[in-house]
Design a protein around this ligand. Structure first.
Ligand SMILES: Cc1cc2nc3c(=O)[nH]c(=O)nc-3n(C[C@H](O)[C@H](O)[C@H](O)COP(=O)(O)O)c2cc1C
Length: 359
């Protein structure tokens, strides 16, 4: 999850270290970095981390090494914000950067996209990427993957969802190009598949590669689950091992924004059906994500064969020890076994003494 707390150099700080380290200490099987753009133009904000420069490797290596030491898998995510670049941070307003932002040291830049029209109303008109610029970006993704392998990550995911650059190419809502990177579905998928190939070639053969996709656009005339089925089959044949099943994001500030605007509430595990369908029909291992907050529900999704991995976002912001509590609730382990010894010795004794915790 993006923290929006780096400088313009995109280098991870102690904040990012503690943010990710704590989930690893607290029993997560795998911990992902926030999305790392392979060029500065692909940042959401001035405050994003990045992977466009070798100077970004040491701080990420420190994070990966610590996560690995806890027994968790250090994972990285690479992606490009595309037409959603050059914005304020969510807690500063999430609006496109303007004159006031420039005056306080955050000037806008021109985002890049499939077309010169913004896919969110009011956003900066993007630069429509030429085929040779697309080739350059495909190459940049490969170089980013190489840096992430050198940083010690053991799992890599390409962010191709939520209306960001790769998604904006495959969605018919945001891509109305008529060249080789637009037109029919295979033209619109071309950029994603070239990125998959480039990343696979520069990432380790030994470690898995995942793609996070928007399984549906949830917009009339948009990308749907049948498109995703064909897309994921293609991704698989281009070296992708796992698909992370998210949704939405084209034409909205973020994937939640449209739902909020339409006053629709989301139900627990609302994206699990996409994971279930793609896992069965492709077939391919999947990650289920989105409003999964209860241990019993997460475990049921796995036991029912609806996903291979469960990803949590906001619930971990609320409760970083969620995984340890889940193991206790499900009685997967002798109660305190999974907890770090420096903690469990005390907690087990406290429990035996019958001391009540504050709820
Ligand atoms: C603060 C914040 C930052 C996020 N940053 C990313 C990101 O860098 N990459 C990504 O793929 N998704 C990102 N997301 C989306 C989450 O990964 C996740 O898909 C979404 O929050 C739904 O899952 P949840 O209900 O468990 O939070 C972010 C979400 C939040 C709340």
């Amino acid at each position: 999850m993006q923290m929006y707390l780096a400088g313009d150099d995109g280098i991870a700080t102690d904040w990012h270290f503690q943010h990710l380290a704590k989930y690893a200490v607290a029993g997560a099987g795998c911990v992902f970095t926030e999305v790392l753009p392979p060029e500065p133009r692909g940042r959401n904000t001035h405050w994003d981390l990045g992977i466009w420069d070798d100077a970004q490797i040491p701080a990420l290596s420190r994070i990966a090494a610590f996560i690995e030491k806890t027994g968790a898998v250090p994972a990285a995510q690479i992606g490009h914000a595309g037409t959603k670049s050059a914005r304020q941070r969510p807690f500063d307003g999430l609006q496109p950067l303007g004159d006031d932002d420039a005056a306080r040291g955050e000037p806008p830049w021109q985002p890049a996209g499939p077309m010169s029209e913004a896919n969110v109303e009011g956003y900066h008109p993007p630069h429509a990427l030429s085929p040779s610029e697309i080739h350059q970006l495909v190459d940049d993704f490969g170089k980013g993957a190489r840096r992430l392998a050198a940083s010690g990550f053991r799992f890599l995911e390409v962010h191709a969802a939520h209306g960001y650059l790769i998604h904006s190419f495959y969605s018919p809502i945001s891509n109305r190009r008529s060249d080789a990177y637009g037109g029919d579905r295979s033209g619109r998928m071309r950029f994603a598949l070239e990125v998959a190939e480039s990343v696979r070639a520069n990432w380790s053969d030994e470690f898995p590669l995942s793609f996070r996709i928007s399984s549906i656009d949830a917009v009339v005339g948009g990308w749907d689950l049948d498109d995703s089925l064909i897309f994921v089959r293609e991704l698989k044949s281009h070296g992708v091992d796992i698909v992370d099943c998210s949704s939405r994001g084209v034409g909205a500030a973020n994937s939640m924004a449209r739902l909020e605007k339409e006053g629709k509430s989301l139900e627990e595990g609302y994206q699990v059906p996409y994971s279930e369908y793609l896992r069965r029909e492709v077939p391919i291992p999947t990650i289920a994500v989105g409003l999964i907050t209860r241990a019993e529900f997460a475990e049921r999704v796995l036991q029912d064969g609806r996903a291979d991995l469960i990803a949590l976002g906001r619930e971990l912001l609320y409760n970083p020890h969620w995984v340890l509590h889940a193991a206790n609730a499900l009685e997967l382990e002798t109660k305190w076994n999974d907890w770090p010894p420096s903690w469990n010795w005390w907690l087990e004794r406290r429990e035996k003494l019958g001391i009540k915790r504050a709820e």
